[in-house]
Design a protein. Structure first.
Length: 325
């Protein structure tokens, strides 16, 4: 017997596509619904809630490319201030050594673990190290002078400002993502209620569904010679990482890539799974798809397919289908 439970589960919860493609699907549904009502279909009551859901979904899409670029810019500013601090420490150590010999108790106030802890500075240790050097200079300001203290205070001020702006940008990006998720849930539920209403009126006539939904927008199937759907392999790539796909291919194969995430991904063939991303890696923009030959990836020498996600915070995901010739 058919599992009756599945008729009470929303099929829209299972859709996997980029934000732009999901919005296109639901906006197309709204247009089809309006057209159907204009042609006499009895679904006038569904128009207003569907219009509201689509409008809110569009508003919460945001400009992902812009917000990602902004977040990356803020992160770069923090990194630059840390480099500035490191350069200044290396340069100004000479001022300290002139007055306080290496490994003396006073020298250790500035460098309790030697200069190495400053050269290995990162975002986790930066704040404490800045306070450490400022405190030591303050204690010996009479010998070292106000100018040196002011120099390091200006670096600390710039760092605090950069970190605050970075945190604020991350919070804004996170809020935008939450807003999208909430409105997508509402849109999915509205589409499901619409589907149930359509099914009630057109029970036994499944061809009518094409009047209201275009499934091709969100799911591009490939079929083998027997007419069966070829299931894709999904690869998730964390932010700012490169990952190899666990698939094998020969020189005569063709592959289909569909970027179902909201960030651009870069793909390339390689002789090993840990090959760094080359400058010739090809961009696959969010929501886009492409068919490639294994030969173009460098097969048979290149036996690995890798994807790089350069986004600062967002995970990427791509569907990979090995096409049946």
């Amino acid at each position: 017997m058919i599992n009756l439970r599945r008729f009470l589960e929303s099929p829209f919860k299972k859709l996997k596509a980029s934000k732009s493609r999901l919005f296109k699907f639901y906006n197309d549904h709204l247009s089809r619904l309006k057209r159907a009502v204009a042609n006499g279909e009895p679904f006038d009551s569904l128009l207003t809630p569907t219009q509201t859901a689509v409008t809110n979904l569009k508003a919460s899409m945001g400009d992902k490319s812009s917000s990602s670029a902004m977040e990356e810019s803020k992160t770069s500013t923090v990194d630059n201030v840390i480099k500035w601090f490191k350069r200044t420490i290396i340069l100004r150590e000479a001022n300290i050594l002139v007055l306080f010999p290496l490994n003396s108790d006073t020298y250790k106030e500035f460098f309790p673990h030697g200069r190495a802890e400053y050269t290995k500075i990162n975002k986790t240790t930066a704040e404490n190290l800045m306070w450490q050097i400022i405190k030591a200079i303050t204690n010996h300001k009479a010998e070292l002078g106000q100018a040196l203290l002011d120099e390091f205070i200006s670096i600390q001020t710039a760092y605090d400002k950069a970190r605050d702006e970075q945190s604020q940008q991350k919070e804004e990006t996170s809020t935008q993502r939450i807003s999208w998720d909430v409105n997508l849930d509402i849109m999915e539920e509205q589409a499901f209620q619409n589907l149930l209403s359509i099914a009630k009126v057109h029970s036994g006539n499944p061809k009518k569904i094409s009047l209201f939904f275009d499934e091709r927008i969100v799911k591009l199937h490939h079929y083998n010679k027997e007419g069966e759907i070829i299931l894709p392999y999904n690869l998730k790539i964390a932010a700012k990482t490169t990952k190899a796909a666990l698939i094998s291919f020969s020189v005569d194969d063709k592959l289909y890539f569909y970027n179902i995430s909201d960030v651009s991904l870069f793909y390339f063939g390689a002789p090993s799974a840990d090959t760094p991303t080359p400058a010739i890696a090809i961009e696959l923009p969010a929501g886009e798809s492409i068919e490639v030959t294994a030969a173009s990836l460098g097969a048979p020498i290149n036996k690995y397919l890798l994807f790089t996600n350069t986004d600062a915070s967002e995970e990427g995901e791509v569907e990979i289908t090995l096409l049946d010739e």
